[in-house]
Design a protein around this ligand. Structure first.
Ligand SMILES: [Zn+2]
Length: 361
């Protein structure tokens, strides 16, 4: 009897000392070039009331304006400011001195996504061209781990992702833009038909088809790691269409809410899945017309944000303490959530411990 008691005691002590995260599945979503200013402040009055940028001003003001910034951001991002704010974490409100930065100095897409997934702001990754990424990414690392092989998938609107994630080498499933959805599943067949018949307003697959492809794939094939890369916000911003930029941001928030509802209603995923939402780069703000632009010449375009929700993430909501995180820390954080230590033959930035230390406290 005494022996058994001692064994149990030892087991408990060991478990506490090496507490594992509860996260078994990981879902990552990126909103391309989505500014932290709208995430934390909602629609920006200086752009919203400028007819040059907001053609449908009465409709857009009606949908997204409120004099109170807390109400305003909730109108634009109801999921982030209800569910995530109550049960998860949001980093990057610079008005409260909480900062998230690109470590790379290019402030455009490929270098940003490379930084997110490799943990390494490689200075030689300096173009959006379709170049096979030589750096090992964390999704590929996870795909090599026990129980994760063939269980990692990415869906993107932008057609450069197969190169960024190097699906030739990495072995992870990447479906981008016009890539055929070669599945027997009837829902995926229907989405494939629709994606080929869309007018493609931004020149690539509309985000809604990318989302439904990812969701139906998730239902049919139960990946353990799923990445969804939205694109529309960046394209509409470049076009100077603030009303469309806000509408896409709002729609993407609703798709993320729909995804989280699915996750939390399915025993395979419920309470063992962490969702992370972030962006590749910011956009200008100091010079207001620069909201359209980003890149190394737009100084404030390296300012980003991170949202997280899941069983290992403390429900601290909007982070209001002074701090500085970097995009390059995300790769190791993704691995750490799944109880792995990301290694590759390049330097990897340290994980963001505050995102997953909850279950260990
Ligand atoms: Zn862009």
């Amino acid at each position: 009897m005494k022996g058994i008691y001692l064994t149990i005691l030892l087991f408990v002590t060991t478990t506490l000392a090496f507490a594992q995260n509860k996260t078994e599945n990981l879902v990552i979503v990126t909103m391309d070039g989505m500014r932290w200013e709208e995430i934390f402040g909602g629609a920006d009055s200086a752009i919203l009331y400028n007819k040059k940028f907001t053609k449908d001003s009465s409709g857009t003001i009606g949908n997204f304006w409120n004099a109170d910034a807390v109400e305003r951001r909730k109108k634009l991002f109801p999921f982030l400011w209800s569910t995530v704010a109550a049960q998860g974490q949001l980093y990057g409100n610079r008005w409260l001195n909480n900062k998230v930065n690109n470590a790379n100095l290019f402030f455009f897409s490929y270098p940003g996504y490379n930084e997110i997934f490799t943990g390494y702001p490689d200075t030689s990754v300096n173009s959006n061209d379709k170049i096979w990424n030589k750096n090992t990414n964390v999704l590929e690392f996870i795909n090599l781990q026990k129980n994760y092989k063939g269980k990692v998938a990415a869906f993107s609107s932008w057609d450069v992702f197969p190169y960024i994630l190097n699906d030739q080498r990495s072995g992870i499933f990447v479906n981008s833009d016009v890539d055929t959805l070669k599945f027997k599943d009837p829902s995926l067949k229907l989405i494939n038909d629709m994606q080929l018949l869309t007018s493609r307003p931004i020149g690539v697959r509309p985000d809604v088809f990318t989302y439904f492809a990812a969701r139906e794939y998730m239902k049919a094939y139960e990946p353990k790691v799923l990445y969804i890369a939205f694109d529309e916000t960046d394209d509409f911003a470049h076009e100077g269409e603030y009303d469309q930029y806000l509408k896409s941001a709002h729609a993407e928030d609703a798709m993320i809410a729909d995804l989280w509802n699915y996750i939390q209603s399915t025993s395979k995923y419920k309470n063992k899945t962490t969702l992370k939402v972030t962006c590749d780069h910011g956009r200008g703000n100091e010079i207001k017309n620069n909201w359209q632009h980003h890149g190394s010449k737009v100084e404030d375009a390296g300012q980003i944000w991170i949202a997280a929700i899941g069983p290992d993430t403390a429900p601290t909501g909007e982070i209001k303490t002074t701090g500085l995180l970097y995009q390059m820390q995300l790769a190791a954080t993704f691995a750490a959530l799944l109880n792995f230590t990301f290694t590759a033959d390049h330097p990897i930035a340290a994980p963001i411990v505050s995102i997953y230390k909850y279950s260990k406290s």
